[in-house]
Write a protein that binds this ligand. Sequence first.
Ligand code: UD1
Ligand code: PEP
Length: 428
Amino acid sequence: MDRIIIRGRNRLSGTVPISGAKNAALTLLPCALLTADPLTLSNLPRLADVDGFGHLLNGLGVSTTIAGARGGAEWGRSMTLSAEKIASTTAPYDMVRRMRASILVLGPLVAREGEATVSLPGGCAIGNRPIDLHLKALEALGAEIELAAGYVKARAPDGGLRGGRIVFPLVSVGATENALMAASLANGETVIDNAAREPEITDLCRCLVAMGAEISGIGTERIVVQGQPRLHGADYRVMPDRIEAGSYACAAGITGGDLTLAGADAADMAAIIDGLVEAGLQVSTVDGGIRVVADGRLKALTLSTAPYPAFPTDMQAQFMAMLALAEGASVLTETIFENRYMHVPELTRMGADIQVRGRTAVVRGVTGLVGAPVMATDLRASMSLVLAGLAAEGETQINRIYHLDRGYERLEEKLSAVGADIERIGAD
Ligand SMILES: CC(=O)N[C@H]1[C@@H](OP(=O)(O)OP(=O)(O)OC[C@H]2O[C@@H](n3ccc(=O)[nH]c3=O)[C@H](O)[C@@H]2O)O[C@H](CO)[C@@H](O)[C@@H]1O
Ligand SMILES: C=C(OP(=O)(O)O)C(=O)O
């Protein structure tokens, strides 16, 4: 298995190009199932999850063609997806197990084909992650749901899904996405209350509108969809990855560096930027991006994760790594996933002083970290170890890097270009 080796303590400086957002890409790709026409998505990041989603869609009968030369001025790729005919309405266990976002084919398939069979995703390293809210949303649109042998079978009534009222008891990004895609092809009006307001939801709504959907309340907690008998093809550009941008901002912070995040959109990152500024970084918007400059020792802060527009759970691990070197004690509370502190024991092995009690972690800043062999069990936890490695004295070896390949496009290339001593070692 590949490993990443980092020799730390280089100050990072320069420009990091920010890729298209993984979490937007993973909800835009299944939109292809909603129309018989081609859907072209540009600025798609080159990530294992995007490739995996492409394969899942291929298995359902969607043809995909990819354009975009490696190393060109435009880092991302364009993919044209064409679901003229759906060949299968089953998403098998093997695909769903590897990529939880596979559940996002459920809404589009049942809306277009009247039926879908999708493996239940099961738990994962960061928590239990049930899909009850996805199923309730589809039931509110008239779908009949059955669970059998580890699969969810959804069937639309004769005449297809119908508009309905969906009131989410808690905010779910994925369930909102499934509901939006299904409602776009349902008969009549759907009102979604307590919808997730993440920028990736707005990106999905904009793509659906480009495909002919009628949606109001975009970006708010009440979204109203007038279902259409059919949607058409579109060309749509994936939004920049705010979590990737936030992660590189932490790289500037932890190395005392100066990074310009080209293509990042500050408008989607207010809570992240507030956190960076409170930690003592200078953050400014520059032409086409954001500049983050570290100036003196980092400061401790108190953070709690919560749905957008609050501080994102997907940035908690990276901030924790950075705050491990801040002056004073930081208090981080994780309110979204019950088990998202898998990075703590590994950071501790590198010299961090972190105590976890329930959902709260107290990070007492130390003056230095030391390189070590480490391993993480999820994507953002792995990135927190990369960040710690960039600041640590000596060599850090990061194992199980397939997690990083799910979410960070060309990580080593981007980091070495701004001065990091980092390399990937292939399996023997
Ligand atoms: C591909 C993608 O976009 N992934 C993101 C998405 O995941 P995902 O869409 O899976 O996360 P959700 O917003 O659905 O999860 C939020 C909370 O709701 C709970 N829940 C969710 C669905 C459900 O049916 N029942 C239920 O109880 C979850 O266990 C969790 O505690 O949003 C998360 C929260 O911002 C991010 O960390 C993930 O990076
Ligand atoms: C948890 C994440 O992703 P996923 O929902 O794809 O597991 C993430 O991006 O941090």
